[in-house]
Design a protein around this ligand. Sequence first.
Ligand SMILES: Nc1nc2c(c(=O)[nH]1)N=C([C@H](O)[C@H](O)COP(=O)(O)OP(=O)(O)OP(=O)(O)O)CN2
Length: 277
Amino acid sequence: MALFVNHLSHIDVTLWCPTNGLVGCSWQVDAELDGELGEDGMLFDFGEVKPWIKRTLDSGLDHTLLIPINAPGIDVKECDEGLCITTTTPFAMEVRGPAQAFSLFPWDAITLEQVTDYLSSQLTEQRPENVHRVTLTLSDEHIDGAAYGYTHGLKRHLGNCQRIAHGHRSRLYVWQHQVRQPALEQRWAEWLNNRYLLEADDIHSQTDDQLICRYQSAQGTFCMTLPAERCCVLPKPTTVENIALWLAKSIAEHSGHNTTVQAFEGIDKGATATASP
Ligand SMILES: Nc1nc2c(c(=O)[nH]1)N=C([C@H](O)[C@H](O)COP(=O)(O)OP(=O)(O)OP(=O)(O)O)CN2
């Protein structure tokens, strides 16, 4: 007997890719459980399946930076902040923070298949007696138009969004004169794709080539050094509201037209903002 729960949750992470660097991802989570029916006629109460799986994801890999430690140029060591991870290719980066902000895997690269198997095995190990196996399916949201992945951290957030390098893969909608603007959506999404978004206030130091972002939050001290060309600096915290506002203002200024932007933070949620040139 198998029980399934589709659209159970989302996972928002950034993965380190040996060719693209920081890649923001949002994965939809579907679950299937194989097992025996209990005396109550249920394999596992739906009301318990969801919180059980969500708790495991939220306290583990969700909102972390996924590092394939066997990829070329990766070094991981302990430091005052917790862990210090350095990279060399495709660019030099150093990120420091509490260990809980990182998920380290003994792999050459992070793939959706490997992450899916890892999480399915983790849940299977913790299963209740009458459940034989838990199988998750992780998938990227199907997006026809413009989309971009980004990485950020929100130091004021009380939950795991305070971690300096977690990410999202997001749709982007732009309107001018009540008409969608696919060319603008595509251009801005391409520009934002794989960037690190940070608040100006969190810049610790900056040269022409390099930027250091550093902040203290409830979980500890976080620090990130990366090429300036890979960053996008916003005047305010990088919440989706401020991203929508910054995009609306930037596009209105560049194009000379009133602009409305709907920015997403991962799957199915986001903010809408309008600006004039
Ligand atoms: N109004 C806003 N609220 C929050 C924002 C924001 O920009 N505006 N941002 C965050 C974090 O960046 C976080 O990454 C969002 O994570 P999310 O997965 O949505 O949070 P949950 O774990 O609570 O949601 P699930 O999808 O149910 O896992 C937080 N809030």
